[in-house]
Design a protein around this ligand. Structure first.
Ligand code: MV4
Length: 450
């Protein structure tokens, strides 16, 4: 079994740069793809070869399957790394790669399809003895049955779209009289957003924490986990800060999370790297939430505390090599926190594209910056507003927070607005410092007018 000689990266921005770095470390040649407005982008400069795949609009370029497959064929690329977003969780794309004899660096099309059907994934988990939030067994359509079930579960309940994500098609229902209307609205929203109005229902868990476990599986089915990430600092279903280990759980809960994640990977016949997301309630009860079948934005925090290069691992596994590390040799050391820096207004979170006229990136002990920007970069309005990730590492949470504060104060950027001031505020918030955040925290504080 040998590594690929050349990989095409079907993405842009910081993740394309991140994948190129892993390829360089592995001695693999890279092909960048770019839209007409990104020929001078960092991910293009850093690649060995590059190829234009279409106009600015993502639907015509970074989401254009025929164009990307042609680019791979023309350049003799043996594999495609999809990054996150775009085509990374598109089962048709993974299948099309297979048909073209190009390795899709990621899980199987079947894994991706199940990950995209949240009601089904939950049903499979429950069948395999992994705890799930009490609710419907899979998707549910019959109005009368839903009503009955909700009364049995007890209000409040939460309606979720099977094809959901990003909070769309989601409704909290506080009492029976609101159910009918909420259901219709959520269904319509899901249908419009995903072309699928299928819903499932579960008990509403107040003050839930979002804790996810990184997994890696080789082509033989051997699975390991690389510990958890706590992603409870969210706003409108967008993660803003992630950290590992979770400041909110004890060793017993941590061990359970790892065991459940491995069991999930095995019962799904999962391959390559992925993430099992869990809901934790205020009594530390664990419930499976969903499976993410891509590498995630927040993967660096796991890399910092385990020393495992997740992108390298992903590429090695896709080429058929075994895991580079056994579970018993995975060591968790220190603490890592990631702040997502977006080109957005730090108070309203409205996008703030434009030209960066001055830039100084932070550094020094324990600081890693994953980014594609430089002085002169124009942050484009067509794509994700994430411009950089600042990852701080320290021997414990306190040192990590101190280093993150230092890094944010060093970060100098002019020409666009960024979320750096928001992060500075959170990093001095007493509830964040004591690890007391839950996923609803920012919305509650905001509703209180603070
Ligand atoms: C929940 C929940 C309470 N109970 N599930 C899922 C995706 C994530 N972004 C928010 N999600 C939630 N799932 C159960 N069983 C609470 C949330 C949630 C939320 C839901 C609706 C509106 C705003 C919310 C803010 C934070 C968390």
């Amino acid at each position: 079994m040998a590594l690929f000689k050349k990989i095409l990266i079907a993405n842009r921005g910081e993740i394309a740069v991140r994948v190129e770095r892993a390829c360089k470390d592995l001695g693999i040649k890279t092909v960048a793809v770019y839209s007409e407005v990104e020929k001078d982008a960092m991910h293009v400069k850093m690649a060995d070869e590059s190829i234009c795949i279409g106009p600015a609009r993502a639907a015509e370029s970074y989401l254009n399957i025929p164009s990307i497959l042609s680019a791979a064929e023309i350049t003799d690329s043996e594999a495609i790394h999809p990054g996150y977003g775009f085509l990374s969780e598109n089962p048709q794309f993974a299948e099309a790669c297979k048909k073209s004899k190009i390795t899709f660096i990621g899980p199987t099309p079947e894994n991706i399809r199940l990950g995209g059907n949240k009601a089904k994934a939950k049903q499979v988990m429950r069948k395999n003895g992994i705890p799930v939030v009490p609710g419907s067994d899979g998707a549910i359509t019959d109005r009368k049955l839903i009503e009955k079930l909700c009364s049995k579960i007890g209000y409040p309940v939460i309606l979720k779209a099977s094809a959901g994500g990003g909070g769309r098609g989601m409704r909290v229902v506080h009492a029976a009289p609101q159910l009918e209307q909420a259901l219709s609205a959520a269904e319509a929203e899901a249908l419009a957003a995903f072309g699928n109005g299928e819903m499932y229902v579960e008990r509403y868990i107040p003050r839930m924490r979002h804790v996810e476990v990184q997994i890696a599986v080789d082509n033989e089915g051997t699975a390991i986990h690389l510990g958890e990430r706590d992603c409870s600092v969210q706003r409108r279903h967008q993660k803003l800060i992630e950290e590992s280990p979770s400041p909110a759980i004890n060793e017993r809960t941590r061990e359970k999370l790892g065991k459940f994640a491995i069991k999930a990977a095995e019962s799904l016949k999962y391959r390559n790297v992925g993430t099992i997301e869990f809901i934790l309630d205020s009594d530390d009860n664990i419930y499976f939430m969903e499976i993410n079948t891509r590498v995630q934005v927040e993967h660096p925090v796991t890399e910092m505390v385990t020393g495992v290069d997740i992108i390298k691992e992903q590429i090695r596994l896709a080429s058929g090599l075994p895991l580079s590390i056994k579970q018993k040799n995975v060591r968790f050391k220190g603490h890592a926190i990631e702040c997502r820096i977006n080109a957005e207004d730090p108070y309203t979170f409205a996008p703030s594209p434009g030209k960066i006229t001055f830039l100084y990136l932070p550094g020094g002990p324990g600081i890693r910056v994953d980014t594609y920007i430089h002085a002169g970069t124009t942050v484009l309005p067509y794509y994700d507003s994430l411009i950089a990730k600042v990852i701080a590492y320290g021997c414990n949470r306190k040192e990590t927070i101190e280093r993150m504060r230092r890094a944010l104060s060093e970060f100098q950027i002019e020409g666009i607005k960024t979320t750096i001031p928001f992060h500075k505020t959170v990093l001095s918030n007493p509830d964040f410092l004591s690890g007391k955040f839950d996923t609803g925290y920012l919305e509650r504080v905001n509703a209180a007018g603070q």
